[in-house]
Ligand binder design. Sequence first.
Ligand code: GLN
Length: 212
Amino acid sequence: SPLIGVFALQGDVREHLSALRAAGAVAVPVRRPSELAEVDGLVVPGGESTTMSRLSRVFDLLDPIRERIAGGLPVYGSCAGMIMLASTVLDGRPDQESFGGITMVVRRNAFGRQVDSFETDLAFAEVEGAPVHAVFIRAPWVESTGPDVEILARVSGGPADGRIVAVRQGNLLATSFHPELTGDLRVHELFVRMVRETATVPTNGGQTIEEA
Ligand code: GLN
């Protein structure tokens, strides 16, 4: 089974560990660079992206995660994790930093005060069968995407009709919502497949890649 880490300095780590295990992965929390170096894939959970930004700097994970993303590590970010994978963040704190990797503009807390939290069903490309029930909690949306970004899901109906809420760019996957909270494993299964497919390609053994 692939070894998948969950960024564990902040956020709903336990829910992602359970969902990954149920989806067939070996899942471990990642709090330090030596743990990051071991994993075949990484999940960045929901939580608070400003705190994740600050703590990842303090605990020396910001640059190592950027380097592993540049080296092709599969990473899945949900909600705050989506913000952390965005190349550009709107309505962030002035000093907020992301890992980047997905060429997209993401707006924090985008759905606004009236709909701080809501649930809806989404058609999700790459996920077979029934629509995905999506839980949004002070969620971001994607305002624009680069040419290499595949749009996997949009909100249908309501005030946020048409907003992009799931994307993929190569080995990077991001959702505005929290599949780890619904018991539907299909998004985690998609990510585990992405990790398996990547792990079959010869790599440098998971060592971090020095920046040129
Ligand atoms: N509003 C949070 C942020 O900006 C994200 C909320 C979540 O992850 N549920 O980081």
